[in-house]
Design a binder for this molecule. Structure first.
Ligand code: NAD
Ligand code: GLY
Length: 364
């Protein structure tokens, strides 16, 4: 079971390969791209300890000159200090314009490696080897790269596309259950915003909350349909001039929850799950879709083992204030992605604060 999805872009198209047991064949895939022979593998200790050696061995077997840069693990290290560590490794290992950075890890490593690759020597090659579900279905695709600023998440960044994305689903077997469930939030997102059949397929499935309960066939379907949805949207609007903003479904309130809980109590995917519940409830309150559809969505989110309530002690006014510094604010108005039916969403800035407050109170 293997499949390839094309991300078709005006400047540079690329492939996402989803194939089990391929991590140790990265060298072979890379050699097909005809890139320079220096490779910097960027990872963290958690991931590198399990998967670093097969990747390095495979690259070396294809005559690549491989160096590594191991950054501390965690969202709190997604900052310019870590980017400097990557730049230092570039200097030490004399990376050139033809060299390649390989991001081996979750979204944190992928976003930072992409940003370092975008800016080192005004841009060198990079390849994504995502190892979390969230990174496989979302962050490794589409070229959003960057780091956090003390004042906000992902405020520093660049659009910079990878040359290739290699997804080996087997690495998910070592992913902590909590991280798997967090990734399922982004998977469910694609069903709500883009693909009603995929949504219905997930509704008809049991055991979405646990990688061990998911068959390889179902996992391949989840990865394929999610990556296809992301590739479709990015292919139509690479730089988020319009359509791509629908990928931020659940992220408006999600980002506020994530930042107000310090990025650790509620992790990104969990916050997106809560944000989708809030967005669905807002849409129902505004008469944009039905209460039945809200329930279908919220039930699926629960089935994936995700929270549908706000964390305790979170102040609703603080959430409303936090929405104002979100990147999705335009001309002083907060923009929400709200569903109109399963598989379809709209972007609106016509959401009264009273309605937000009422919906959030009901979720407390
Ligand atoms: P993460 O990168 O922090 O990884 C989660 C944890 O899992 C880490 O501790 C990591 O070391 C560990 N891990 C990773 N793979 C593992 C494996 N196979 N086995 C065992 N442990 C493993 O978190 P994430 O959820 O992958 O990414 C979140 C980040 O992605 C956030 O910074 C978010 O802003 C970003 N993001 C970016 C985009 C984008 O389009 N660029 C989209 C969504 C999210
Ligand atoms: N994850 C949002 C985007 O890629 O646009």
């Amino acid at each position: 079971m293997a499949c390839t999805i094309n991300v078709n872009l005006p400047q540079q198209s690329y492939e996402i390969v989803i194939a089990p047991s391929t991590l140790g064949q990265i060298g072979e895939y890379m050699s097909r791209l005809k890139l320079g022979n220096k490779v910097l593998v960027v990872s963290n200790p958690t991931v590198f300890e399990i998967y670093g050696q097969p990747v390095v061995n495979s690259l070396q077997s294809r005559e690549y000159e491989v160096s590594t840069c191991i950054l501390p693990d965690g969202e709190s290290y997604k900052n310019l200090d870590s980017i400097k560590i990557i730049y230092d490794a570039c200097v030490e290992n004399r990376l050139e314009r033809s060299s390649t950075m390989v991001a081996l890890g979750g979204g944190v490593i992928g976003d930072m490696t992409g940003f370092a690759a975008a800016t080192w020597l005004r841009g060198i090659n990079f390849v994504q080897v995502p190892t979390t579900l969230l990174a496989m279905v979302d962050s490794s695709i589409g070229g959003k790269t960057g780091v956090n600023h003390p004042q906000g998440k992902n405020l520093i960044g660049a659009f910079y596309q990878p040359k290739f994305v290699l997804i080996d689903p087997e690495v998910l077997q070592t992913l902590p259950d909590r991280e798997f469930r967090a990734g399922m939030a982004e998977v469910i997102k694609y069903g709500v915003i883009w693909d009603a059949d995929f949504f219905a397929q997930m509704e008809a499935t049991t055991g979405l909350d646990n990688i061990k309960a998911i068959s390889p066939e179902l996992l391949e379907t989840i990865l394929r349909l999610s990556c296809q949805a992301k590739a479709d949207v990015v292919g139509k609007d690479e730089k988020e001039a319009g359509l791509r903003a629908i990928l931020n479904y659940g992220h408006t309130i999600g980002h506020a929850v994530e930042s107000l809980t310090g990025y650790t109590k509620v992790i990104h995917g969990e916050a997106v799950g809560i944000g989708m519940v809030a967005a669905g409830n807002l849409a129902a309150e505004l008469g944009m879709w039905t209460h039945t559809e809200t329930e279908r969505q919220n039930h699926l989110i629960e089935k994936a083992g995700l929270q549908t309530h706000l964390p305790s002690n979170l102040d609703i006014d603080a959430i409303i204030d936090a929405l104002q510094i979100d990147k999705k604010v335009k001309a002083g108005k907060v923009r929400f992605v709200l569903p109109t039916q399963i598989g379809k969403v709209e972007i609106t800035d016509q959401v009264p604060n009273d309605t937000i407050r009422r919906v959030l109170s009901a979720m407390s």
